[in-house]
Design a protein around this ligand. Structure first.
Ligand SMILES: [Zn+2]
Length: 355
């Protein structure tokens, strides 16, 4: 081997040398009903979406532990979906534990009571902050990460095979909720056939705008539930039926998100529903056409009925906060679209094939 080539190989980062054999690894870090999704591309570049709560640096430490598990020395890209405590809270502590390359968010509009989260984001990002709009890409090497929503704006035209959505005619509309959730940065990640959609805390009204009358995002492989699985503020059946997720990850907490289901409102006009119109999140997801698996960060302790939660093997944390270790759910995606989802609590794993 020529000396120059040998020297280059010795200097190349390990991630680069392993690039051919690696998968896309995705970790849903347990942040007790907040959000923190860490994604590591085969290139070795990493993307973190949201940073959980502040709560005594608990979530920053859990994200850092996942980053260590993934062998990361830095987080290349950080997307903050919106300025709420359950998404932005962990950033100040995390940015002291591990370097973060570039920062993305929806802009500087913020609710008065959440000004502190914009301020801490500005401090952590210190001049490395890009405001994103629909159609922008987060430049993770080897992945396509498309911004589909930001600051209440949505993609103007369909992508990923999207088109007219026949479910819209009978679908129920709801009034818009408070602005910050509606400003959530939504992302569609593509790696070959595998598509991951994360609309974060987008509300029902905005979901309907995204898929009616035209489904702008097409069908997806893995969907991270809106509002931590707190339906009916999100999870419109016309969205679920249009995106037809194969696998869903619910990033709930023991007492937050899934289980906080609003009852079906009596003022809904009769018949103006798209099936499955189940008030319970798990039932609605499990009856969505072509779904193959639902995984939960937590068993819901608001609604612990086994019929209202997925199979126990597919739940990462069964107990209340403090009694568990912050187990994560991980997906590992191969180049051909085969992917496995694993529960770190018990090692239980299932393999799927992206359609
Ligand atoms: Zn949230």
């Amino acid at each position: 081997m020529p000396l120059v080539l040998l020297a280059a190989l010795l200097l190349a980062p390990a991630a680069l040398l392993n690039a051919q054999s690696k998968n896309v690894d995705m970790y849903w870090v347990d942040v007790e009903g907040g959000a923190a999704t860490l994604i590591v591309a085969p290139s070795g570049e990493s993307l973190l979406i949201d940073s959980g709560f502040a709560v005594g640096d608990r979530d920053a430490k859990r994200i850092y532990a996942a980053a260590q598990q993934a062998g990361l020395k830095k987080i290349d890209y950080f997307v903050l979906s919106h300025f709420h405590a359950d998404h932005a809270g962990g950033l100040a502590a995390l940015s002291k534990l591990i370097p973060i390359g570039r920062f993305y968010a929806h802009g500087d509009d913020v609710e008065t009571e959440n000004q502190q989260w914009l301020d801490s984001f500005k401090t952590a990002s210190s001049g490395k902050y890009t405001i994103v709009k629909p159609g922008d890409k987060i430049p993770v090497s080897g992945l396509q990460v498309l911004v589909v929503a930001s600051n209440e704006q949505l993609l103007p035209n369909p992508v990923n095979g999207g088109g007219p959505n026949p479910l819209c005619a009978e679908a129920e509309q709801k009034a818009a909720s408070a602005p910050e959730n509606r400003r959530s940065v939504g992302l569609l990640l593509s790696y070959g056939k595998f598509k991951y959609l994360n609309l974060v805390d987008m509300d029902w009204e905005k979901e309907m705008e995204l898929v009616c009358p035209i489904n702008k995002v097409g069908k997806v492989t893995l969907y991270q539930t809106g509002r931590h699985g707190s339906f009916d503020d999100a999870g419109a059946p016309a969205l679920l039926g249009a995106i037809q997720p194969q696998v869903v990850v619910v990033n709930n907490g023991p007492r937050k998100g899934m289980g906080q289901n609003a009852p079906i409102k009596s003022d809904n006009p009769p018949g103006k529903h798209v099936a499955p119109y189940e008030a319970n999140t798990y039932l609605r997801l499990s009856k969505t056409p072509r779904i193959e698996g639902v995984w939960q960060e937590h068993k819901s302790l608001i609604d612990p009925d086994p019929q209202h939660n997925t199979a126990e093997d597919m739940i990462a944390n069964l107990d209340d906060a403090g009694d568990h270790k912050g187990n994560w759910i991980k997906a590992s995606v191969e180049k051909d679209g085969k992917f496995s989802v694993t529960n770190s609590r018990n090692g239980f794993s299932k393999t799927y094939k992206a359609r």
